[in-house]
Structure formats: structure tokens, C-alpha cells
Design a protein around this ligand. Structure first.
Ligand code: NCD
Length: 468
């Protein structure tokens, strides 16, 4: 079975570890002693292979490092850096472009402005597809570089305190990274620009799928000022059931959770991951973006807790990261960009099966049931399913996720979540308010975004029998 990398969840933790071990080998064998983070020379591992880069959005690091990685492996590269020079400009669909390109290359790296577009590419390809960023959704290979950098700098990914700065709402690197960090046991401390916090569906998924509660901004402040005898994090759960996920929880007010952390858990920040405002993802009316946008510079890093912080950035930087840090030992962002080559060499070697021991035969199993009836819609306007060109052939699909006592539909492509108002079963043709009263999601479940859609599907309201 062909393996793809579209989201960071397409790899298991042990597969990620194996990619990192191979990265270590490439660096050990192919770097110079004075530049241990940089690959030089080339080997012959991918002599017989061609990699294509299909980028519908601007890129410097990702595209060049993929191409460099393929050259370093002795392979060959086909590249289209400018979407205006591909048939997309003539209205060709993603599915058709991929079904043509797979004849010319053994692995295809795709960057696209629409969320979920690379999943579409993967569905139509019989060669590995790698997501180099799909809109504001995910950027899993950047996450591999980020996690590798952290592991290299800190020796481990467990129990690290990682602070995330800037535009956490639109930054795709951050979205893949938080899932990766959560899976490897790091603690996430978001420090977003005002109004640019992690999207709600990302936070909910962190809690639901990885039992991870990001540390809230204000609470970090309170801990600094010594107002609490122990370090704490809070979460404002959307649903009461989420409280049961925590073993040591005290409530503060009606909708705030308090989770106890080990003493002094937040006294040392291991890494500050800084990101720029994603201007290209903002509506034209909001082009000024966030004011003031948080800036990380030497002055900021004076605080004791940042004494050993690695300063990271996926790059490019604009004004959010001071140039005064460049010569400070804590700045690792150029090293992080440099690791892009050996990490991507390892990934290419794994996906092309040149190193068959790295990836399992099948991708990690999705825990959720796939729903493909067209009775609900993805509500994300930036989803690939909203593109007229792709609607000609694409039929939306959803994972049915159980949250609390109701069902949530997660778009298979962009992974946004929507809560349908009504549910029913095709065997009974009855509908009722969205309430999960079964032990498992029934195979004949029907999701309706509103009552009108249930009625339009010729469903009748379900009347509960009243016991007397
Ligand atoms: C990032 C991206 O494209 O999402 N850049 C990169 O790939 N290293 C980050 C950004 O553009 O801000």
C-alpha cells in the first residue's frame, strides 16, 4: 500500500522516531565536522527515482530543501514553482493534475492554498504524496523538522515546555506541531497575538484525542507572580464531560478547570516557537492584522525562565523575531531550516521504500467511522470541498467523532468539525436532536445539519416512549 504524508497523524510515533534515527545517520555520514547540522555531498540511495514539486503557493525553504534532499540522495527533481505555469491556470482539477504527474515522478510534494487539497491529491495518486502545506490546515514536514530540532537540542521531547508565539489561528506549522508535541508528551503554552489563538476545533481535538490541555496565557502570568502555591493550568471546557478526562482537577467557577502540574513545572521554558502573522490568510479588510503583534527579542528573553530556551521559527520572519537574537546561542532557527534537508531525505527514503524498515505497510488506523452521505456540509469556507473546480468530482466525507453525548462530523479533507443539529437512522427513517444514546455509532447513522434536511430526506421525528 502506498503511504502518504498529508497530516502528522499519518505517521505513528515510532515511525517518526525511525525517521529521526535515519536523519541522525545521514547527518553522521554526510556532514562536515565544522557544520554538523548541514548535509554535504550526495549518496546514491535514490539514483533511480524522480521527485516532483507541485507548488501552488510561495515557498523558499520547503521546496528548496525537498529538492536539495532528493539531489543529496542521488535522485532527480521535476519542479513547477509557479502555478501560473501549470494547467491549474487553465482550470485543471487537482485530481487530474495528480493522475498525470504520477506518470512522471515517483513521489510528489504538493503545496496548495486550500485546506484539504493535498488529501484530495493523495486519494487520486498511486505514488506517495507529501503535504508541503495546505492553506491554514497542516504542514507536517515542517513539524518533523521542528520535532527533530527540539529532540536534537533538548535530547528528548518528553516533558518539554514549548511556548508558541504569534498567529496560532492561521499558522499551519503550529497546527501540525501541537498535535506532534501532544503525542510526544511536551507541554504546550500558547502565547497568541490578540484574537489569533488556536482554532477551537484544534484545542478540542488536543483534549479529546491526546488528552492535552494547553496552558492558558493568564495562568502563566499568575504563576510568575507567585499567586499560586503550585503551578496550574486552566481550561475552559466546552462540554462538561471533558472534566472527567483529568485525574487531578479542581473547579474554579462554573466553566474553568484547574489541573495540577508538578511544582515549578513552568519555571523553565525549553523552547519558544515564534511565528509570523499569516497575512495571506486574512480577509483583505483585516490586512493590518493583529496590533500589537508579539515580538520576541533579546530584551524579552532576559526573563530567567528563558535562560535555556531554544528560539525557533519556521521562517520566514517579518517583525516578530528580533535580529538581535541571531548571534545568541539560544537562536536555533537557521539550524532548524538546515535540518530540513536530512529530515526530508529520511522521509523520502522511507516513502520510496528505499529504507523499508521505517514505515509500516499500512497507515495508522483512523479510530472513527467514515460518513459519506451528503446530508451535512463542511462549514469551512477555505476547505477544498468549497472549490467549484473540485466540486465537479469530489464528494465530501466526514469522520463521525463522538464527543460528550453527541456526534461531531470532521471533514476528511480539511478536518474542520461541525456539530449536526439532528441525527437519525436510515433503518428507521426517524430523526431526533443530536444525542448519542448508542454504545457505538450505528452503521446506518444519518447526520442532518438542521431539521429541514431531515424532513427533506423523508425522515419522521422520533418520539421517545414514555414509561408509566
Ligand atoms: C511556513 C509556511 O509556509 O507555512 N514556512 C515554511 O514552510 N517554513 C511558515 C510561514 O510561512 O509563516
Amino acid at each position: 500500500m502506498v503511504r502518504h504524508l498529508v497530516t502528522i497523524d499519518d505517521l505513528t510515533e515510532s515511525e517518526i522516531e525511525s525517521i529521526f534515527s535515519l536523519t541522525d545517520v545521514f547527518l553522521a555520514e554526510m556532514s562536515r565536522p565544522d557544520k554538523p547540522h548541514r548535509i554535504s555531498g550526495r549518496n546514491t540511495l535514490a539514483n533511480d527515482f524522480i521527485l516532483a514539486t507541485l507548488f501552488y503557493e510561495a515557498s523558499t525553504r520547503t521546496r528548496f530543501s525537498f529538492e536539495s534532499a532528493m539531489h543529496r540522495l542521488g535522485g532527480h527533481v521535476l519542479s513547477s514553482a509557479d502555478p501560473k505555469t501549470t494547467s491549474a491556470a487553465k482550470g485543471e482539477t487537482i485530481a487530474d493534475t495528480i493522475r498525470v504527474l504520477e506518470n512522471y515522478a515517483d513521489v510528489i510534494v504538493v503545496r496548495h492554498p486550500c485546506e484539504g487539497a493535498v488529501r484530495v491529491a493523495a486519494e487520486y495518486a498511486d505514488v506517495p504524496i507529501i503535504n508541503a502545506g495546505d492553506g491554514g490546515h497542516e504542514h507536517p514536514t515542517q513539524t518533523l523538522c521542528d520535532l527533530y530540532t527540539l529532540r536534537r537540542e533538548k535530547g528528548t521531547l518528553k516533558n518539554l515546555n514549548v511556548m508558541l508565539w504569534g498567529d496560532l489561528k492561521n499558522g499551519r506549522t503550529v497546527h501540525s506541531l501541537v498535535y506532534g508535541l501532544a503525542r510526544f508528551g511536551a507541554r504546550i503554552i500558547p502565547q497568541p497575538a490578540e484574537g489569533f489563538g488556536l482554532p477551537e476545533h484544534v484545542t478540542r481535538r488536543l483534549l479529546r484525542d491526546y488528552n492535552c490541555v494547553p496552558v492558558a496565557k493568564d495562568d502563566l502570568q499568575e504563576v510568575t507572580e507567585g499567586q499560586f502555591p503550585v503551578d496550574v493550568v486552566y481550561v475552559t471546557p466546552d462540554k462538561p464531560h471533558q472534566r472527567s478526562l483529568f485525574s487531578d482537577v479542581k473547579e474554579k467557577g462554573a466553566d474553568v478547570l484547574r489541573v495540577r502540574l508538578p511544582h515549578n513545572a513552568l519555571a523553565k521554558i525549553d523552547a519558544c516557537y515564534v511565528t509570523r502573522l499569516q497575512k495571506e490568510r486574512l480577509p483583505a479588510s483585516a490586512s493590518e492584522g493583529a496590533e500589537p503583534y508579539p515580538v520576541v527579542d533579546l530584551e524579552f528573553l532576559k526573563d530567567r525562565r528563558y535562560r535555556q530556551s531554544s528560539v525557533m521559527h519556521p521562517l520566514p520572519r517579518v517583525d516578530e523575531l528580533g535580529y538581535d537574537i541571531d548571534t545568541d546561542a539560544r537562536a536555533v532557527y537557521f539550524k532548524q531550516a538546515s535540518y530540513g534537508v536530512p529530515v526530508r531525505m529520511a522521509l523520502i527514503a522511507a516513502l520510496l521504500n528505499i529504507k523499508p524498515e521505517i514505515l509500516g505497510a499500512t497507515p495508522p488506523q483512523k479510530k472513527h467511522f467514515v460518513y459519506s452521505r451528503q446530508t451535512v456540509q463542511c462549514t469551512n469556507p477555505r476547505c477544498v470541498t468549497a472549490l467549484e473546480s473540485e466540486q465537479r468530482y469530489l464528494s465530501p466525507k466526514y469522520l463521525v467523532v463522538v464527543e460528550d453525548a453527541h456526534l461531531v462530523s470532521r471533514c476528511v479533507y480539511c478536518e474542520h468539525e461541525t456539530v449536526p443539529e439532528f441525527v437519525g437512522r436510515s433503518s428507521t427513517k426517524k430523526y431526533e436532536p443530536n444525542h448519542m444514546r448508542w454504545d457505538n455509532v450505528p452503521e446506518d447513522i444519518m447526520l442532518f445539519q438542521d431539521e429541514a434536511s431531515a424532513i427533506a430526506a423523508a425522515f419522521q421525528p422520533y418520539k421517545q416512549k414514555i414509561k408509566v
